[in-house]
Design a protein around this ligand. Structure first.
Ligand code: SF4
Length: 314
């Protein structure tokens, strides 16, 4: 992108209500791989059209650059980030740069080896689970691909086991749940109490055209009333709720091939490569709502850092 194109892009962002900023948001999601061993039908973290993924050294360079430009927290995501062999190196490096380090995982790659290798550098592990019922998880696609075993695969069982290990290693646990037409009537209180997360984030399923709209054709739309019905049923557990509207323009994310992206207007919009134009110029090419970011307590991690002795419910 030349300077004129960059200026046009910046003006477009101003029209989106975006401020021109000379620093990055405090929290950035690094989607380090497009690979996943699950096939969740509502997943919008899909990048199948991307030709390449960044190398370890390229990610280390990006971590250097974002840490020098205002970022305080990185969340390693995917796809499934534990499928990346050099994830432990990234975690250790980011921690040694002084960042708050979290990962979000479907749990399958959270092994004792993994926790032995890099658990000491991790401030928070997020696990995703949407139902206490393994057949609902299976219908959603939260299950391994090409399952050959005669025993039915249970994502619920995986999460129960991995949550226990995470507690054993004294790492704070977060749970992410996505509400869809298949689970909005459910009561997950018992399971969530058992898993003991310090934070339970509950998303309204979010449509991205060209990525997951097939899910909505198959299962229908989830109304906002249905979503809040689930939230109200679980108020006692203080779920951190995010409707589809709140999610839009809120997260700061980098793709497996090194571009910022945003889900403005239910489409993914991508910047040029941060390797080519630098993180600040690339960030200016996508929309980002600082107001939403601040309103949604996105910097909760500061409180978590202050008190390593975290209580169960906040
Ligand atoms: S586990 Fe996560 S990344 Fe993998 S398909 Fe499901 S939602 Fe997408």
């Amino acid at each position: 992108m030349n300077q004129i194109q960059l200026d046009i892009s910046i003006v477009k962002n101003l029209q989106h209500g975006n401020m021109i900023r000379n620093h990055l948001p405090e929290s950035i999601n690094l989607h380090i791989t497009k690979s996943c061993n699950y096939h969740c039908k509502f997943c919008f973290a899909k990048y199948s059209f991307m030709q390449k993924e960044l190398t370890l050294n390229q990610w280390l360079g990006i971590i250097d650059e974002i840490a020098s430009n205002g970022c305080k927290k990185v969340n390693f995501a995917g796809g499934e980030p534990t499928l990346v062999p050099f994830l432990p190196d990234l975690i250790e490096y980011a921690k040694k740069k002084g960042l708050f380090v979290s990962i979000i995982s479907n749990g399958t790659g959270i092994s004792k080896n993994f926790l032995d290798r890099c658990g000491i550098f991790i401030d928070l592990i997020g696990l995703s689970i949407d139902s206490s019922n393994m057949s609902v998880e299976k219908a959603l696609g939260r299950a391994v691909r090409n399952e050959n075993s005669s025993t039915p695969y249970s994502h619920v069982k995986v999460i129960r086991e991995k949550a226990k290990w995470i507690h054993d290693y004294n790492i704070p646990l977060k749970i992410n749940t996505t509400i869809t037409p298949l689970n909005w009537k459910e009561n997950m209180q018992e399971l969530i109490r058992e898993l003991k997360p310090i934070r339970w984030k509950v998303f309204q399923v979010h449509k991205i055209f060209g990525i997951n709209d097939g899910f909505f054709k198959e299962f229908g739309e989830l109304t906002t009333e249905q979503y809040y019905n689930f939230i109200n049923r679980h108020q006692e557990l203080n779920p951190q709720y995010e409707t589809s509207n709140m999610i839009r323009d809120y997260y700061c994310m980098i793709t497996p091939d090194g571009r910022f992206y945003q889900d403005t207007n239910n489409h993914h919009n991508y910047s040029d490569s941060v390797l080519e134009i630098g993180v600040l110029n690339a960030f200016k090419q996508v929309a980002f709502s600082e107001d939403k970011f601040n309103q949604r307590n996105a910097c909760y991690f500061r409180e978590l850092l202050k008190s390593k002795n975290t209580k169960l419910w906040r």
